[in-house]
Design a protein. Structure first.
Length: 354
């Protein structure tokens, strides 16, 4: 099913070509080769899995952060507190992806229900990227991050609460793993920007205008508020995820990390990463077999009218990634132009995206 129906202004590019251009852009921003590779891998994989709000559309924004926005492209994450069962990581004010992968690797290395809180970080992209790292190590992964406030307390109209997404990944056996990655708003702010690029109204139920009235006008929505999922329940969950992501590491909660008018304050983002070692609790093979049974039972449901299939969380994205590795990554003209302009300013050859 097309995410943006009725729009045909996209072109497909081989993911390898896209990866090469974007990596070269980040290297020209003074990032280490390994960091540029990691950051590019996270963005391109997000696009491969259909998460375009966290994909290469962010390249111009990231370039601005790295070259003149106060983010340190050479910053190195480091452990600042080691309490055996928990670590606190200083992200070095580099991009959040660099700190995020460092932190999840630390959690996996400890491999025994170790929690890692990250401060002095920045935007870290899609959370599923980190929980899939844990899955590959036969672990359950949990990751949360703060976000700039785009929601109001339930019943209010001031932007005080971020979408603050959470990712959860659980390994299975023969079946694909269960992978959840969602924010506590009805949509991501970046997803609305994709709609704006395409000139589309947003669906009902996504946003309020500045006075707290429901709207489908994209400009009013971007100036206004994202609606929470589940009304007050979504706001409460968003607060909890944001607090986990920031208060444990001294990062900025809510308005302490910036706002949507002035932008984020470099180095004030925070994240929380947790790896649960299945083998510490249960035989891994038995756990995987039980997960397979749960997934198969889930799929066996009778279908409601209008549905041809149910998807286990993460399954749709995995199937889309397999297909788009073959047919190419779809990019709209605004995203293509943004990457080309960033490449041009940095002297990077972007002819692969012609």
């Amino acid at each position: 099913m097309a995410e943006y129906p009725g729009v045909e202004n996209e072109r497909r590019f081989p993911h390898e070509a896209l990866h090469g251009v974007v990596r070269a852009i980040f290297e020209r921003c003074s990032m280490a080769e390994a960091d540029a590779e990691l950051l590019t891998d996270q963005l391109v994989k997000a696009d491969l899995r259909g998460i375009h709000s966290h994909g290469v559309m962010r390249v111009p924004l990231y370039v601005g952060k790295l070259t003149k926005g106060g983010v340190d492209p050479k910053g190195r994450p480091r452990v600042t507190k080691d309490a055996t069962a928990a670590l606190v990581v200083d992200g070095g004010n580099n991009m959040g992806q660099i700190a995020g992968v460092f932190a999840m690797r630390q959690a996996i290395e400890r491999a025994r229900t170790t929690g890692v809180a990250v401060g002095n970080s920045n935007h870290c992209g899609a959370m599923e990227y980190y929980v899939r790292m844990a899955i590959e190590a036969d672990m359950i992964g949990i990751a949360t991050t703060n976000a700039l406030p785009t929601m109001a307390p339930w019943g209010g109209i001031d932007k005080l609460v971020g979408l603050n997404p959470i990712g959860i990944g659980i390994p299975a056996g023969e079946e694909a793993p269960l992978v959840l990655d969602f924010a506590f708003g009805a949509t991501a702010h970046g997803r609305m920007q994709v709609y704006q690029q395409k000139g589309l109204p947003i669906p009902e139920g996504w946003a309020f205008d500045r006075e707290g009235r429901p709207t489908t006008d994209i400009d009013e929505a971007l100036a206004g508020l994202v609606q929470p999922i589940g009304m007050y329940k979504g706001i409460g969950l968003a607060m909890a995820a944001g607090i986990l992501s920031t208060l444990l590491s001294g990062a900025g909660y809510g308005t302490e990390s910036g706002n949507m008018v002035d932008g984020p304050i470099p180095g004030r983002d925070g994240q929380f990463y947790l790896a649960l070692n299945v083998a510490a609790f249960e035989d891994v093979a038995a756990f995987r077999a039980r997960m397979d049974r749960i997934i198969r039972e889930y799929r066996s449901t009778r279908l409601a009218p209008g549905f041809r299939r149910v998807f286990v969380p993460g399954e749709m994205e995995a199937e889309l990634e397999r297909r788009q590795r073959e047919v190419g990554v779809p990019l709209n003209e605004a995203t293509i132009q943004g990457i080309r302009e960033a490449a041009g300013r940095l002297g990077v050859d972007s002819s692969a995206l012609q």
